[in-house]
Design a protein around this ligand. Structure first.
Ligand code: BGP
Length: 477
């Protein structure tokens, strides 16, 4: 029985700052991605003050998709893709973010890219903001902690949704909008909302304010998008990492609920259009002064999403028990800690491998919102090796992806989940977000470039290229 819809959107996903390069070409301004250092061997990426020096982001050129996209789209067509998810680099359209008029050269690049994709029978699936907010909005306005950024985002979205209203049907607003609440890490707070913290202030309070401002911006854009083209399907983009209770100790169950609420805050507002009671109570208990107007509450109600886009890579576990192995010390889980789940293996980068967790996630989110869903990121980052004969054998990637696709199909076939598509992350090798380097590869297509930027940029098909080609042809495993 054909479990997936005939028009199921088999695709692949990337992000502008991780694939395009040409970081100072075509009138593009600096994005916050351009002024980060690379992190490797466990060193976190660092946020610089924008001074571009040798240690800044050595992979500014990424894989030079800006000049190679014709060749790459031809490979995507050979693969049989129905959809290709990427982002529009906001700073190509508004180099500083607060200009009145857009940069025509930036608009033209995406016109040409979308035409190339459509001519290849591939639907563009577009993320409006993927960790690449114009750097000037961070420096000048403090990022989304400042409500002015709501207007700047709406202005940018209005320009591109009008420009591409006949080329793009599927849109998402903010990539992994909830990530910043998890780690309270500078990196995520910065990459998501470009927050500039002020010494001594309560970071969590600022992150909640910035997150609510982004949610208001998202809602305004969704309402506007439906006015521009009623055919638009506009979704959110969440990072879902289900956090299981480590044990059946009721305290662990409650810890899991409380920590998962830090994610559900975002998708509850995206999907239901109102601030959930558990967050209002948390803000009251903690004495947080979160600023929103009655008009903004109306914005939220009028701008709910058409689908739930999300990334799924792994699951986690939380425990209140004392003698349990900590995965790594986290600070923001009240009297709970992230712990190692002894029932599952992990990747070279310590990401737990849990295919059933994808079926679990599809179930709980579909039951929570009863909306169509779209898996817009899933993948296995690994060290790949080019053999003497030029082949790249990646059975580990095929194993990870086939397990996850099987669970995805089961969720549709047995659990009644409404699934629009599947765009595995890094369809072609690109720069890793976490490290800013090339060695953590996800692609079905290998790119000859190393962490220091050396290489010919030659594209080569890995074994998984032929495997995925067959999966798409058969519309499933
Ligand atoms: C997600 C981001 C993507 C991508 C992915 C893989 O959080 O949405 O941009 O980078 O993580 O992460 P990494 O590249 O660090 O392996």
């Amino acid at each position: 029985m054909m479990a997936l819809k005939k028009d199921f959107l088999w695709g692949g996903a990337v992000a502008a700052h991780q694939i395009e390069g040409a970081w100072q070409e075509g009138g593009k301004g600096l994005s916050i991605a351009d002024v980060m250092t690379a992190g490797s061997n466990g060193v976190d990426r660092r946020i610089t003050d924008g001074v571009l020096d040798g240690e800044n982001y050595p992979n500014h050129e990424a894989i030079d998709f800006y000049h190679h996209y014709n060749e790459d789209v031809a490979l995507f067509k050979e693969l049989g893709l129905k959809a290709f998810r990427t982002s529009i680099a906001w700073s190509r359209i508004f180099p500083k973010g607060d200009e009145e008029a857009p940069n025509e050269e930036g608009l033209k690049f995406y016109d040409d890219l979308f035409d190339e994709l459509l001519n290849a029978g591939i639907q563009p699936v577009i993320t409006l903001s993927h960790f690449e907010i114009p750097y000037h909005l961070a420096k000048e306005y403090g990022g989304f902690r400042n409500k002015k950024c709501i207007d700047f985002f709406v202005r940018y979205a209005k320009v591109v949704m009008n420009r591409y209203k006949d080329k793009v049907k599927y849109w998402m607003t903010f990539n992994e909008i909830n990530n910043q609440a998890d780690g309270q890490s500078e990196l995520h707070a910065w990459t998501n909302s470009a927050i500039q913290f002020i010494d001594g202030e309560n970071k969590e309070e600022v992150i909640y304010q910035a997150g609510l401002n982004e949610l208001i911006a998202s809602a305004k854009v969704i309402k506007l998008g439906h006015e521009i083209n009623p055919e638009f399907q506009i979704g959110c983009m969440m990072a879902y990492v289900p956090l299981y209770p480590y044990s059946c100790n009721p305290d662990d169950m409650m810890a899991s609920v409380k920590v998962m609420n830090r994610r559900f805050f975002y998708s509850d507002i995206h999907a239901r259009g109102e601030i959930p009671a558990y967050i209002l109570k948390e803000w009251e208990t903690k004495g947080y002064k979160i600023d929103y107007s009655p008009e903004e509450l109306t914005n939220l109600k009028e701008g709910t999403v058409d689908f739930i886009g999300f990334s799924y890579y792994m699951s986690g576990a939380v425990s209140t028990l004392k003698d349990v192995v900590e995965k790594f010390p986290v600070t923001e889980y009240p009297n709970a800690k992230l712990v190692v789940n002894p029932y599952i293996e992990a990747s070279d980068w310590g990401w737990p491998i849990d295919a059933i967790g994808l079926r679990y996630t599809l179930n709980i989110i579909h039951q929570r919102y009863n909306l169509p869903m779209f898996i817009v990121e899933n993948g296995f980052g690994a060290y790949d090796k080019v053999e003497e004969d030029g082949s790249i054998q990646d059975p580990y990637r095929v194993a990870y992806l086939s397990q996850h696709i099987k669970e995805m199909v089961t969720a549709v076939e047995e659990d009644g989940v409404d699934l629009l598509g599947y765009t595995p992350w890094g369809i072609i090798d690109i720069v890793s977000f976490g490290t800013g380097e090339m060695e953590k590869r996800y692609g079905f297509i290998y790119v000859d470039k190393d962490n220091l930027g050396n290489g010919t940029l030659k594209r080569s098909k890995k074994d998984s290229f032929y495997w995925y080609q067959e999966v798409i042809r058969k519309n499933g495993i």
